[in-house]
Design a protein around this ligand. Structure first.
Ligand code: UDP
Ligand code: MG
Length: 308
């Protein structure tokens, strides 16, 4: 008999916890027919509502439900990592609590896993999402694939089924700044993609504000590309060349036409522009330095308060 571990990160999902369970359990007959046992690991990411109590209720009904509660909100990335560490299964799957990762796809995914190392899902549309968010998300993936060697699929969900080998590979990446969408690509292995239409949240509301997503995208860029640093260096070289050319131009003009006092406005523009670029480059450097700082501290990725 083999074991399937389902990891469900939850942050203020009191309404979704049991709805999710009911939906997931519909696969029980299928799993049994394939001789697969399952464990359902809810990671309570510092919820401020009754998420933990809801999971405990489920645990009393069904031994296969587990709960790991964090001491505070560490973010979905930390929750996913904790889930992987706790999961004992031969197969591991990540699923959102809000049913946006439909558990009904599991049989299809398990079938596909027969001749692949992992089965990932992507949504083919972004129905129900604010248009601005979709626009920037698309731009982000476009840019990411250009500036990073690691491939990232637009519309990819974190809903992914993996074999043990891939799970161990991901666990070997202990970095503090985690960007799982990149990590999945980075570890490689052969992945089958399954597409489905976007499903709207079953209950509750999204935990991602636009600003949180912007910061998350910067995490992704810094974690999987050093291109911004290269761009900063090239900007420096470019500006030196331009400055040198200007110098020659000014000297030659002085020798030919004398020195009329003019050009104050253009001077100010040039100064503002160059100092702006300088700040930008220092900022880019700072982004990398800040992440390096956090990595060097080697803080734990999450802290567990309670485990059932
Ligand atoms: N989540 C989490 N910690 C967080 C934010 C979100 O564990 O800090 C969980 C959340 O409970 C849900 C999943 O991550 O199960 C996806 O979050 P959400 O549905 O809010 O994101 P969206 O689907 O809108 O992108
Ligand atoms: Mg969701």
């Amino acid at each position: 008999m083999s074991l399937l571990s389902a990891i469900v990160p939850c942050y203020n999902e009191e309404e979704s916890v049991s709805i999710f369970y009911e939906e997931f359990i519909k696969n029980e007959a299928y799993l049994k027919s394939k001789d697969i046992d399952f464990e359902l690991i809810y990671i309570n990411d510092g919820s401020k509502d009754k998420t933990a109590a809801e999971v405990k209720k489920l645990h009393e009904r069904d031994e296969r439900v587990h709960l790991v509660s964090f001491s505070r909100n560490f973010g979905k990335e930390a929750a996913m990592f904790a889930g992987l560490e706790k999961a004992g299964g031969d197969y591991v799957v990540f699923m959102d609590a809000d049913l946006q990762d439909p558990p009904s796809l599991l049989p299809e995914m398990l079938e596909a896993l027969q001749d692949h190392d992992s089965v990932a899902t992507r949504r083919v549309d972004r129905k129900g999402e604010p248009p601005i968010r979709s626009f920037f998300a698309r731009r982000f993936y476009r840019m990411m694939n250009r500036i990073s060697q690691t491939e990232m699929m637009d519309g990819a969900r974190d809903y992914r089924l993996m074999k043990r080998q891939m799970v161990d590979a991901i666990l070997s990446m202990k970095e503090y700044n985690r960007f799982t969408k990149g990590i999945f690509g980075w570890v490689g292995f052969d992945t089958k993609w399954i597409e489905y239409e976007n499903v709207e949240r079953a209950a509750g509301e999204t935990k991602w504000s636009f600003w949180k997503l912007v910061l998350y995208s910067i995490d992704g860029i810094v974690a999987f590309s050093t291109m911004p640093l290269q761009i900063a260096s090239f900007a420096g070289i470019l500006f030196c060349i331009v400055a040198f050319a200007m110098m020659i131009f000014v000297i030659v003009r002085r020798l030919i036409f004398g020195d009329p006092v003019a050009g104050w406005a253009s001077m100010v523009c040039i100064m503002l522009m160059t100092s702006g670029i300088q700040f930008l480059c220092v900022g880019i450097l700072g982004q990398y330095l800040a992440r390096t700082y956090m990595e060097v501290k080697k803080r734990p990725i999450y802290i567990v308060k309670e485990e059932i």
